[in-house]
Design a protein around this ligand. Sequence first.
Ligand code: EPZ
Length: 433
Amino acid sequence: MDVFRVNGGRPLRGTIQVSGAKNAVLPIFAAALLTDEAVTIRNVPNLSDVRFMAEIMRHLGAEVSADAPGTWTIRARTLDNRAPYDLVRKMRASVCLMGPLVARLRSAIVSLPGGCVIGPRPIDLHLKGFAALGCGVSIESGYVHLDGRHLRGADVFLGGRHGSTALGTANILMAAVLAPGRTRIESAACEPEIVDLCRLLVAMGAKISGIGSHALEIEGVERLHGATHTVIPDRIEAGTFLLAGAITGGDITVEGARGDHLAALLDKLRETGVPFETVGPETLRVRADRPHRRVPTDIVTMPHPGFATDLQAQMSALLAVTPGLSIVTEKVFPNRFMHVPELQRMGADIAIEGPSAIIKGSDRLSGAPVMASDLRASAALVLAALAAHGESWIQRVYHIDRGYDRVDERLRALGADIERLPAEAMPRHLVGE
Ligand code: EPZ
């Protein structure tokens, strides 16, 4: 296991290119199973989660190959219907294989994913959707058994207590495109990643309307054909890099940062007084090197177009060094505060009250040894370490490699003093208990 050693307190400067969106490419890979023809996907990020999804799909019988950097071709001539626990448990996003397997084979046996550190990750809405489409749904020994012999279009309401479900929408969408008849999904997720999935499905011959809205209408078709698709840029990575500029008082141009995907973040950056400019439709530039006074704010995470839960930890790191009282409320994953105890080790003054973090911002953090726990909490720790005075050691950085490609190299190119080292390099007296 590697660690990051970071010497903070240096403003970052330069230009960075955003990778393809992880949360688009995972369901998009799954969608390629809906046809026996070749599907080529471009702008695929170089991430462990992507490699892992490819491994599961090969296990199911698909041919999955990386032809050139960022370009993958998938061809599922034959498929098995069973996704085993030892594969699914390592990446819960693999639950989105259920939809394509049911659509293509009329049968799926997929392990229940289990939870993760950001909270229980139920799939009750996914199963409610499959049942609405006429599937037999049963759970036996930790596996979901879906019998799709009577799959047909239907009206489905997919809203849950925390709003819409991104992968739930992807699953039901991918079952519906090959289900005889018409399907209407109410309270569908309209995250840009789901829009991107719809774009691929339409390119493969699916009939979908209402794309980008909370109401999707699908007219089932007999079969889908191959296609070529370029994945959208990763709005969460883009937001993370904008926040890296903000927290270090730097000047970073983020290429691939789409203002239409980041409206809620930009609204909050504006509110807190972080100077930034729109350079083009897919380029934003944060100018925190300019004199500005930052003020506290309040954040409530919600499904898109609300403030993205995947940017909450990173924004909380910025608010920890924004003098004044800020309140961050998690409405999507109420327990998503694993970054807080680690930020407190760096001197952050944060109190958790139920689904809210009350942040008393100070003007500085100090470097410390901290432990990464999940993907976005790790990103928050990197941002805090870049801003902190002194040296930080971040342990278990494999969490961050799941969602950010070579983040240490790319931050170093912006002037950050960050290096990846083997865990043994960490001074013994600093190693976490
Ligand atoms: C996707 O997860 C993303 N992952 C997550 O990003 C992201 O945090 C999440 O959407 C919310 O935007 C991928 O796309 C691979 P949900 P997903 O179903 O689809 C509850 C990251 O850091 N819910 O939209 O699994 C659920 O518990 C990852 O990149 C049910 O109650 O999330 C949560 O509270 C982390 N029942 C809320 O809905 C269900 O059947 C939203 O979850 C499904 C979900």
